[in-house]
Structures are given as C-alpha cells and as structure tokens.
Write a protein that binds this ligand. Structure first.
Ligand code: NAD
Length: 478
C-alpha cells in the first residue's frame, strides 16, 4: 500500500479503502483514506514551508529539485507505468505518450524555464515634480497551492499543476482523485525518497470522499486552488474559494467538435475521428466528441468511421497491442450507457457499439449518426467512447453548431485548403484547436478552456505565470 506525504513524512492512515482495477473490476490494493485532520496538517505544513523557509526565494534549489524529480520519474517510471495501467486502466501504448512519458517532460520544461525566466521587469523611469522615479516589477510565488485532480490522466494533470507551482516557489497540497489514489501517491513517494524537496513543500493526499477536496478549496491558509475536473464540481470549488477570495484556476469539461469540410480527405479524417474517440476509452476532456460533417456526405462518412471503429482493439490495457482500455468504474459505464440509450430515444441512429463487455468496465466503440445538435448527447459531456455525428449545411452552419455549447476546450478541422481551415479555426471559441491533425499538446503549449471549460491556462509560460504574484515597486532615485 502507498502512503500519504505530509510534511516530508510518508504516513499511514487508520482508514483505508479499496483501489479497483477497472479492467477486471477487482480490488488490487488498498489506499489511505485521509481525514480532514490529515488535510489540516498538510495545509499547515505547506503554509509553514512557504512562510518560514527559503523555498520561494532560492531559485537554484528549485531548479535542482525539479531536475531530481524529472530524473526520478525517468529512472523509476516503470513502477508508475504499471500502476497507471492497473489503476487508471490506461493502455500501455498511452503510458508511452500522454499518460506518462510525455508528461514527465513537464518537469524538465519548467526546470529549464526557471533558469532563464526574468523574475524582475523594469518599467520606464518617470519624472514627477522634479524627481526621478525608478519603477519595476518583481514576480513572487503566489503562496500555498491546493491542487485537486480528476481520475482520467492523473500523471499528466498532477505534473502540469505541481511542476509550474514548484518552479514559481509555491508550496503544494496535491489531492488525488478518489478513483486513482495510488498513482498520485506514488509521485509523493518518489518526491520523499529521491529529491531534496524540503518537508512541507509538497504534500500528497488521497481520500474516498469529497470532504478533503472541499476543505482545501475553502481553507483560509490556501492562496491558490488549481482544479481539474467536471464543470459541476468546478462551480463548487469556485464558490468555496470565494470565502477568502483565493485565486482560482479551473480546467473543466469539454464538448469539442471536429469539423470535416467538404474538401477534406474523408478516409483519413474518418480514421482519425474513430481512433480519437477511443483514446483512453473517450475519457479525455479535449477529445472531439462531436463529428460535424457536410450533410450531403453524412452517410458516406458514417460508414467510414464505423469501419474504423471496428478496427479498434480493446481489452487488457497491459497488452501492448491494445488500443482501448476500460472505463474507470461501473458508475461511469452506467452513465455512458444511459446517455447512449437516451440519445437513441431522442432520434439518433445507433450505427455500432452501445454494448457493455465484462469482466471489467469495458464499453464498445459507439457511433451515433444523424444527431440533433441541440440534443443531450450533443450538449453534455459523455466521457466514454461515443462519437456523435452531426450534419451541417455550409461553413457558417458548422461554426454555429461547433460554438453552440457551454464548453470551449478544444476542437479541430480537416480541409484540403489550409487558408479555409485557419479562417474557420479563428471563429471557434476554444482554448486549443487542431488543423489537419496538428498536435497542440506539449509542455510548452498553454492548454485550457474558453467559456465553462475553465479559467486560466496550464503548461507553457502561461501555466507558470498562473502561480506568480506581481509586486510593483517604485523608488525615488534622483
Ligand atoms: P470530478 O469533478 O468528479 O472530480 C474531480 C476532483 O474533484 C476529484 O479529486 C474529487 O475528489 C474532487 N472533488 C469532488 N467534489 C469536490 C468538492 N466539493 N470540492 C473540492 N473538490 C471536490 O471529476 P472526475 O469525474 O474525476 O473527472 C472527470 C471530469 O474532469 C470531466 O468532466 C472532464 O472533462 C474533466 N477534466 C477536465 C480536464 C481539462 O483539462 N479541462 C482534464 C481532465 C478531466
């Protein structure tokens, strides 16, 4: 069993709860179930480390620690890889990409950024009543950070919060998702055993309920809350954080559209759409879950997508040939299945899929055609391998449908004409957008949402600056 990390010590809890393998539905280990007292101790440790140590001001120490953590993840990543496969249901293939290997580079990116990032900025001198005033800005760590993460990409999301927060000089209480506690606690163990990160600078908690997250979001000693999860929970976090007006960073849900223009390569686009929707069984916030197609090509494209969905291999995520693993839980599978059934009742055509496969929480790749853009399946996040095909009349109609959502996380377009594709991309209200398969996801690229998909940006320089305060100083110099 893994341990909590509080104030530099790996600690056990009295209560534990089962961690399930979603590919079998069986308990494979137990996880510590932190109490609100544990959370209070973690916040106190983070507060003390921020207020009384030189962590926030010793840039060289922070660079060294980020590099050590990067090295530890590279050298000891295999245990984490196996845990991510077993607990998250991530496929081995995905752990070599966005579930582990790509995110590890986030630590190196922020170590490098910190070496060169200007923490002071000079403004022009001004003359006021015969005196010269020098003015400048000093950038400082924002303080104690509560980082609350979801189950789907615990490594990527945990690293994308922890690395820039530490680079900025913040101290952190990281709370794992109740569904994937051990993967996040393994990071805490690497920190305790392989880095010089001082006690209290990073604290890692897991708990089965919502009390610990709610306590962190509301806590008066927390300066920043960085949250990734559903839009519904994001609203609660923002409300709780308003008690002491702490800074709130939110990465929330999505309902992104992939638009195939009438000059697109439909064979290529259909393959891309099919494999995209099955990536991590559809449990990705930025996956394009709506496929917008020219009305006159609807049936032809549906046929091509269905053929590609039939080629998706699913099953044991540890098998290197498996493309798609299970959903995280029976609860999530029930939710997905109920949404598919309601979509059919609302008039969508079930072309393929819509089946549960046991043991484990598998759900077959599912295609719904002729979907009404106003219907639930086109408006609500599913978080399963379910693609909704929606016909449009012309480019303006495609843009209107794509933007007709409370979300604004991502999207994509396919066209033989790059200028036409870029012009369309500029009209979509989303934080990221892929043109002809372009990959926007990397440690140096800001990621986040417009509208109810969130507030702020993660990764890149923007992701670092989320954790900085700016102090404007002025001094009479002559
Ligand atoms: P969730 O909202 O149920 O839970 C997320 C986290 O919030 C968990 O750690 C949970 O314990 C905690 N939490 C629950 N109630 C809380 C409260 N009242 N106060 C504070 N914390 C609380 O999300 P989930 O089901 O784990 O993950 C799926 C959701 O995450 C999807 O909606 C998905 O779109 C979103 N997501 C977004 C991004 C992004 O970058 N935009 C990335 C991944 C996932």
């Amino acid at each position: 069993m893994k341990h909590l990390l509080i104030d530099g010590r790996l600690v056990e809890t009295e209560r534990t709860y089962p961690s399930l393998n979603p590919a079998t539905g069986e308990e494979f280990d137990r996880a510590p179930d932190a109490t609100t007292d544990d959370a209070e101790r973690a916040v106190a440790a983070a507060r003390r480390a921020f207020d009384t140590t030189d962590w926030a001001t010793d840039r060289q120490l922070r660079i060294r620690c980020l590099e050590q953590l990067h090295t530890a993840l590279v050298e000891h990543g295999d245990e984490l890889r196996e845990l991510t496969i077993t607990e998250v249901g991530a496929t081995r293939q995905l752990t070599h990409a966005n579930q582990l290997d790509v995110p590890i580079e986030i630590f190196r990116y922020y170590a490098d950024l910190l070496r060169d990032y200007p923490m002071t900025e000079e403004l022009a001198e001004v003359e006021i009543r015969g005196q010269t005033h020098r003015r400048w800005i000093e950038k400082e760590a924002a303080g104690v950070v509560a980082a609350i993460i979801p189950y789907n990409y615990p490594n990527q999301i945990g690293f994308a919060k922890l690395a820039p927060a530490l680079a900025a000089g913040c101290t952190v209480v990281l709370k794992a998702s109740p569904d994937t506690p051990l993967t996040t606690l393994a990071l805490g163990e690497l920190i305790a055993e392989h880095t010089d990160i001082p006690p209290g600078v990073v604290n890692v908690l897991s708990s089965s309920g919502v009390e610990v997250g709610a306590l962190l979001a509301a806590h008066a000693d927390v300066d920043v809350v960085t949250f990734t999860g559903s839009t519904a929970t994001g609203r609660k976090v923002m409300e709780a954080a308003s008690k002491n007006l702490k800074r709130v960073f939110l990465e929330l849900g999505g309902k992104s559209a992939m638009i195939l223009l009438d000059d697109a390569d439909f064979d290529l686009a259909a393959m891309f759409a099919a494999f995209m929707i099955c990536s991590h069984a559809g449990q990705g916030c930025a996956i394009t879950t709506r496929l917008l197609v020219p009305r006159e090509h609807h049936d032809e494209i549906v046929e091509k997508v269905a053929a590609n969905l039939g080629r998706v291999t699913y099953g044991d995520p540890s098998d290197p040939n498996t493309y798609m693993g299970p959903l995280i839980s029976e609860k999530q599978r029930d939710k997905v299945d109920a949404m598919v059934k309601r979509a059919v009742e609302a008039g969508a055509k079930l072309v393929t899929g819509g089946e549960r496969v046991d043991p484990g929480y598998f759900y077959t790749p599912t295609l719904l055609a002729g979907v009404d853009p106003a219907s639930e399946i086109a408006q609500e996040e599913i978080f399963g391998p379910v693609l909704a095909v929606i016909p449009f009349d012309d480019d303006d109609d495609a843009v209107r449908i794509a933007n007709d959502t409370i979300y604004g996380l991502s999207g994509g377009v396919q066209s033989a004409d790059p200028e036409r594709a870029i012009a369309l991309a500029r009209r979509i209200r989303s934080g990221t957008f892929s043109i002809n398969g372009g990959n926007y996801f990397a440690p140096d690229a800001p990621f986040g949402g417009y509208k109810q998909s969130g507030i702020g940006r993660e990764m890149g320089v923007a992701g670092f600056e989320e954790f900085l305060e700016r102090k404007t100083l002025a001094m009479v110099v002559g």
